[in-house]
Design a protein around this ligand. Structure first.
Ligand code: NAP
Length: 494
């Protein structure tokens, strides 16, 4: 059983009273009063009595020190005095810090009439598993409940915390191990599987820590039948798949979450996929640069994955991993909606990764004569050979003519990419159509160049929506509201 704890971030006693009342009415098991974030002159017995009276339910009193990420800058002696006042106020729980409050922790652990002690510790940077585990063990020993928080920079670090949690849970420990920030959010969404004793969340718009979910979301995600999905890639921050897929979940009446999971290439292996499965993930989308590698990690492949050698959608089945490539249907829908391809149309595909494989497959099936250009001629040849196409090395300057269709299958043009655009202006002529798979920003540099040469230009948003809709069908066997997905994706780009 995990207690859902609503952190109360309010400046005044009346604010604490209002917010805690609301938290309990919504279904919080406990509230945490963040005393360090309140506007108060002195924490003494009188003040603590007022606070305790204001909270009509079980509560944790927390006076987070500046050193541990809070706002309290009291001296050692003043902190000790304040904590003594808090101890007398009749709270069910008190948060004491493993380092700052070491003496007090020892002193009161043996007392009989005292609140339950949450012994807490906060890393300021990600640490290795051994260090996180040792710290949690110390915290569990020092208090009744051990609490450790660590910022997560990638999904592997959050998975590491989840694995430690599962181990502590199996040993019957009372603890909470939290991943901070967007990459740590998994430790909040999957808290049931992790077996934590508590999960902290916030009142709307008032987070007490980075990555906290709001109370309603946290409560709904505690359900056993929630649908947890995600996007693995590196980088993933530019993606708008999260609002798009969460809109599809909501419109289908499903409770769930879609997480952007940064997985650096060196970390991608079968074990990491299995860890997502053990946390209850139903499936994943796969993006740059993992599509080809994930293809080799699946047990069973769908027809488009078999045809292209790339996987962008994973479904976790009872004991197997199923992989399919929904970029193929996404691209087909996007192209069919815009042009009719004739057999002598020439198509240039720039890039030789997972998306390029889909583009080569789709365009050649629609009848175009395909040329693949990539930084590595070997990779370009590899993709071109799938469809009896031609291969060229990048850069193309001086080596190329114009094409009827151009598809950018590189990340160049993405908001964060910077650098030189690999598509020279000369490939565009009047009537050429450019499909830039990049959609963030909606108007890329390549699109501007194409338009200036009287070519047409389309970004990758339509494709994103259609590939996402097909992934959703694979995960849930439900028909998604494609319009709502499109609206959500466009809204996120604004
Ligand atoms: P991928 O498998 O990692 O392939 C990326 C390709 O881009 C590789 O061929 C890579 O070459 C090339 N590349 C990277 N940086 C380059 C540069 N500076 N100059 C020239 N080539 C460069 O990734 P992917 O999954 O195919 O995705 C490619 C792009 O399409 C991403 O931006 C992705 O977000 C987008 N995409 C959009 C949709 C959509 O629905 N709109 C769907 C799929 C993909 P090397 O092999 O030499 O590194």
């Amino acid at each position: 059983m995990t207690f859902i704890v609503a952190s109360i971030v309010e400046r005044s006693v009346s604010g604490v009273s209002r917010s805690s009342k609301k938290a309990f009415s919504l279904g919080a098991d406990l509230v945490e009063v963040r005393l360090d974030l309140m506007e108060i002159d002195r924490i003494d017995t009188d003040f603590m009595a007022r606070i305790r009276m204001a909270v009509k339910g079980p509560a944790i009193a927390t006076l987070r020190s500046y050193k541990e990420g809070g706002a309290s800058r009291l001296t050692k002696a003043a902190r000790r005095k304040a904590l003594k006042a808090i101890l007398r106020a009749g709270f069910e729980y008190i948060d004491l810090e493993l380092e700052s409050d070491a003496d007090l922790l020892k002193e009161i652990k043996k007392t009989r009439t005292r609140p339950e002690i949450i012994a807490s510790s906060h890393f300021t940077r990600p640490v290795k598993a051994r260090e996180a585990e040792t710290r949690l063990r110390r915290a569990c020993k020092a208090g009744d409940i051990g609490k450790v928080a660590m910022p997560c920079e990638d999904a592997g670090q959050a998975l590491m915390l989840s694995a430690i949690s599962m181990k502590f849970s199996m040993n019957g420990e009372r603890f909470t191990l939290i991943g901070m920030g967007e990459q740590g959010r998994m430790t909040r969404v999957c808290v049931r599987q992790m077996g934590s004793s508590m999960v902290y969340c916030c009142m709307p718009g008032k987070p007490a820590a980075p990555g906290q979910l709001d109370l309603r979301t946290q409560l709904s995600l505690y359900r056993r039948d929630k649908v947890v999905l995600g996007l693995i890639g590196h980088p993933v921050s530019h993606s708008v798949s999260q609002p798009m897929q969460e809109a599809a979940l909501a419109r289908s009446g499903l409770i769930g979450a879609y997480l952007h999971l940064d997985v650096p290439p060196k970390n991608l292996d079968r074990e990491i996929l299995e860890r997502f499965r053990s946390l209850g993930f139903k499936g994943l989308n796969v993006t740059i640069p993992h599509k080809k590698n994930v293809h080799s990690l699946c047990d069973r492949l769908g027809p488009s994955a078999l045809a292209t050698g790339a996987v962008n959608t994973v479904r976790f089945e009872a004991s197997r991993i199923y992989g399919e490539n929904t970029d193929v249907i996404g691209l087909t829908r996007m192209i069919e909606g815009k042009i009719r391809i004739s057999p002598d149309d020439s198509a240039l595909i720039v890039g030789a990764g997972g998306a390029a494989r889909s583009a080569a497959y789709v365009l050649s099936h629609l009848g175009a004569d395909v040329t693949v250009a990539a930084r590595s001629l070997k990779k370009a040849k590899d993709v071109a050979s799938m469809v009896d196409g031609h291969a060229l090395p990048l850069p193309l300057e001086g080596k190329c003519h114009s094409y009827d269709i151009v598809v950018n299958c590189t990340p160049m043009g993405t908001k964060s990419s910077g650098g030189r655009i690999p598509i020279p202006a000369r490939v565009f002529k009047k009537g050429t159509i450019l499909f830039d798979l990049v959609y963030n920003p909606p108007m890329t540099k390549s699109m501007k160049i194409a338009i200036s040469r009287e070519a047409k230009a389309v970004n990758g948003l339509d494709m994103l929506v259609h590939q996402g809709a097909q992934s959703f069908r694979i995960w849930t066997s439900k028909e998604p509201d494609v319009r709502a997905m499109s609206r959500a994706a466009k809204g996120a780009l604004r």
